[in-house]
Design a protein around this ligand. Structure first.
Ligand SMILES: O=C(O)[C@H](O)[C@@H](O)[C@H](O)[C@H](O)COP(=O)(O)O
Length: 266
């Protein structure tokens, strides 16, 4: 059963009893957004991250979703990617392909992964170009308040340090306002070279979900969601504030355990 926390302007919180319920709720949420986007726009543009997120999306590969979702209309992107070969165990593409994309009938030409044979800087530039072409044909929508792409859904995980995508605390990429996709070569979480959507792109999405599980992230969840004083450290996840879109947090109970004023009602 889903539990609800005290709402604030940090988005909707869905706190699930256990990982199995979280997986089901997440699959329902993604399937519903896909249905709405396909009805409204004829396509569904979704950006994935790496980490535990892909495993938590696993129910989408099972009944009923594997049959009911309109997979042919999905366009897949990565909110961040490690600059390694696609066959490397660190590749977010490989993680998603092995754990998800190979198990559902997504059109191979709709899967937009990075060029893994160039530098991080070139990979970010090329990825921007790819997205720009798809914005032109409106496979990816465009924000009406910035010139940014408006993805139907951006899925993010969060690290114990509060990073999302490859936007790490105190890193200059957090201030990037002009680029859609940028690169880093000094990621504190290995591997060091990555490309990442910038905050303006994340915050232009129609929907952003941050999926966080486990007690090791409870403090970061508290700092990212609760109304903390000005002296508290600012976390990248706290800067995820869709301008017109909707932010939803998917949390298990251990990850939610340090939230202020949480009232569990079953
Ligand atoms: O490529 C990456 O490293 C990710 O995209 C990263 O942002 C990830 O989502 C978080 O680190 C959470 O990862 P976990 O859920 O595995 O802790």
């Amino acid at each position: 059963m889903a539990l609800s926390g005290v709402g604030n302007d940090r988005g909707e919180m869905r706190i699930l009893e256990n990982l199995d319920e979280l997986r089901t709720d997440l699959a329902d949420y993604i399937a519903e957004l896909s249905e709405v986007a396909v009805k409204e726009r004829g396509v569904f543009a979704i950006a994935l991250s790496g980490g535990s997120l892909i495993g938590l999306m696993g129910k989408l590969c099972e009944a009923p979703y594997n049959k009911t979702v309109d997979w042919g209309k999905w366009y897949i992107f990565w909110a961040d990617e490690r600059v390694v070969a696609k066959s490397h165990s660190d590749s977010n593409y490989k993680l998603a392909k092995d754990g998800f994309l190979s198990k559902v009938p997504i059109v191979p030409g709709h899967v937009h992964s990075i060029n893994d044979s160039v530098s991080a800087e070139e990979a970010a530039d090329e990825y921007t170009f790819v997205i720009r072409q798809l914005v032109k044909t409106r496979m990816v929508s465009v924000s009406d308040i910035s010139d940014c792409p408006k993805f139907d859904l951006i899925l993010l995980g969060m690290g114990p340090d509060g990073h999302v995508a490859s936007l790490f605390p105190n890193h200059a990429v957090l201030d990037e306002q002009d680029e859609w996709v940028t690169f880093i070569t000094d990621s504190p979480k290995p591997p060091p070279e990555r490309i990442t959507f910038t905050l303006p792109v994340i915050n232009s999405a129609s929907n952003v979900a941050i999926v966080v599980t486990g007690e090791s992230k409870a403090e970061a969840v508290h700092l990212a969601i609760d109304n903390i004083g000005p002296a508290s450290p600012s976390l990248p996840a706290r800067s995820v504030q869709p301008t017109k879109g909707k932010l939803v947090w998917f949390l298990d109970k251990p990850a939610a355990s340090k939230l202020d004023g949480l009232q569990f009602s079953e």
